[in-house]
Design a protein around this ligand. Structure first.
Ligand SMILES: NC(=O)c1ccc[n+]([C@@H]2O[C@H](COP(=O)([O-])OP(=O)(O)OC[C@H]3O[C@@H](n4cnc5c(N)ncnc54)[C@H](OP(=O)(O)O)[C@@H]3O)[C@@H](O)[C@H]2O)c1
Length: 285
């Protein structure tokens, strides 16, 4: 079978998609492609001016709204202001290996951006969702040693890359637990995971070990990096699918359904993490 590309996207006319971090990187490419095939695309971005500049001249039905996924106040106001159906939510926004900092809510910035904020956003938008939630994770979740009882890094010495890996395992645990809950409720909504492999975006801009800029020929370009998200958002994949590149080590290539790391399949850990996150944020109870 020929490799799947954005040329294989179906007509998305009449569908509404929200993509967080849609103003740059893989998120912008995902937004551009979904807009190209007719979707109404809402970009949830922290800098609306930058978002508007990014979509200027792009053909399609786009709307830029302010959303800082690391700030629970911003997440709550965004979700409260949402009206009508939301067919597809794409939790794409993320940061990696950024300097340690706490948000206005006192949360670890990296964990809040990649996991805690998207947990709250998804739970608050669930009543509007008709089709699916796509959560973007990373192969690095396989190397995580997530401490569920301290997932927000309050009692341990902070390690930037460990925090990134842990946040991405938290995304996997969350997405699969969400699917179990949706199935138990008889909901038709799916919860699906995607990962871009390693793609040459600005994600590693803060990273001292910046392999991304040194070995670009081994990696996905951003266009290919967006394909797993586009595939997960539009293809008939099962509600717990993990979509990533089909190449060696799932680093580059075309999208296919793969298996997440074993730690991601731990149901007891997923339930504990859900409870701990609900306790911390008040969402998802
Ligand atoms: N590139 C890779 O190799 C790779 C590998 C595995 C997973 N991923 C994941 O793929 C996703 C997209 O990353 P990327 O590679 O496209 O990186 P990127 O170019 O750095 O884009 C990240 C996006 O997230 C947005 N963002 C960051 N913090 C935010 C916040 N608090 N609120 C709202 N938006 C925020 C950024 O907005 P600004 O424009 O305002 O900065 C940007 O649009 C991330 O979840 C990342 O972890 C990427």
């Amino acid at each position: 079978m020929a490799s799947w590309t954005a040329a294989d996207l179906p007509d998305m006319t009449g569908r509404t998609v929200l993509i967080t971090g849609g103003g740059s990187g893989i998120g912008l490419i995902t937004a551009r492609e979904l807009g190209r095939v007719g979707a109404r695309v809402v970009l949830g971005v922290r800098d609306t001016e930058k978002g508007r500049r990014a979509i200027a001249g792009m053909p399609g039905d786009f709307e830029v709204r302010r959303l800082d996924v690391a700030d629970l106040g911003s997440v709550r106001s965004f979700a409260q202001a949402w009206s009508g159906d939301l067919d597809i939510l794409i939790n794409n926004a993320g940061v990696m290996d950024v300097p340690p900092a706490r948000t206005a809510d006192g949360l670890d910035v990296q964990t809040a951006t990649n996991y805690t904020g998207p947990f709250v956003l998804t739970n608050l938008l669930l009543p509007h969702l008709t089709d699916r939630v796509v959560s973007v994770t990373s192969q690095l979740h396989r190397q995580s040693k997530l401490h569920v009882d301290d997932f927000d890094w309050r009692s341990r010495t902070y390690h930037r890359m460990h925090a990134y890996r842990d946040s991405k395992l938290a995304v996997v645990l969350f997405s699969l637990e969400l699917q179990r809950r949706l199935t138990a409720q008889g909901s038709p909504v799916r919860s699906v995971l995607a990962h871009p492999g390693i793609a040459t975006t600005s994600l590693a801009a803060h990273s001292s070990a910046n392999v991304i800029n040194r070995f670009t020929f081994l990696l996905n370009d951003p266009e290919h990096g967006a394909l797993p998200t586009l595939y997960a958002a539009t293809q008939d994949v099962p509600g717990n699918a993990y979509v990533g590149p089909d190449g060696f080590g799932s680093i580059k290539g075309h999208p296919t359904v793969r298996r997440p790391g074993r730690a991601g399949l731990d149901e007891a850990k997923a339930q504990d993490l859900w409870r701990a996150t609900a306790e911390l944020t008040g969402a998802g109870r």
